[in-house]
Design a protein around this ligand. Structure first.
Ligand SMILES: [Zn+2]
Length: 205
């Protein structure tokens, strides 16, 4: 069995946990090229073919405007995406999100906004994003994924076959590593690279 960590061990974002053949990823875990990685600081749990990470809550700080966060799309509408924001540990401090995140798709006709329109029609629930907190609403964080090239989709899987989507330099978009399905998500320049993503998060906290 390929498991790289022990049950109940504390894991960090980007830690390699296991291979996809052995476990179904649950909360706090993502799949990249057949390997399962932690998205969270937390306690690993293993059981019945499933692997997940329970977030660890101590030395807690909450995110503030200007912070860059990792999040996963949970719901998608033509004009708005909802995302769950991952807790993260940087310099032995745990940053947590007590609220969900929202990304508003700027309207093509909105002359008050200079943001480009996002390609929400190509997004999927489960896409992992690198986003910046624009402001702190009463019940949610307003997120921005367009103001710098590092922001945007960080990981995604094929909506047809579930294999990882990888950047195709010829097409300038994401292509499925198995069935060649393509889509045009608004990609981060750190796409597929958790280390680069974490460096960018650290720089902006
Ligand atoms: Zn595919």
């Amino acid at each position: 069995m390929r498991v790289f960590v022990k049950d109940t061990e504390i894991v960090m974002p980007g830690d390699k946990l296991a291979t996809e053949e052995e476990f179904l990823p649950e909360r706090g875990v993502f799949n990249e090229n057949g390997y399962l990685f932690s998205l969270l600081v937390g306690d690993l749990f293993l059981g019945r073919g499933k692997i997940g990470v329970n977030p660890l809550l101590r030395d807690i700080r909450t995110f503030k405007a200007g912070d860059v966060v990792l999040c996963v799309i949970t719901d998608l509408l033509p004009s708005i995406a909802f995302a769950s924001i991952s807790s993260i540990r940087i310099d032995s401090k745990d940053y947590i999100s007590l609220k969900e995140g929202k990304i508003i798709n700027p309207s093509e006709h909105n002359r008050y906004s200079d943001s480009k329109k996002l390609n929400f029609s190509d997004y999927n629930v489960g896409d992992v994003l690198l986003a910046k907190i624009k402001y702190n609403d009463e019940d949610s964080y307003m997120l921005d994924i367009a103001s710098s090239p590092e922001l945007g989709i960080l990981f995604s899987i094929c909506e047809n076959c579930g294999a990882p989507m990888v950047y195709d330099a010829k097409l300038h978009m994401l292509a499925c590593s198995k069935c060649k399905h393509v889509n045009n998500k608004d990609m981060s320049t750190a796409y597929g690279n958790i280390e680069e993503a974490l460096k960018f998060i650290e720089k902006n906290l």
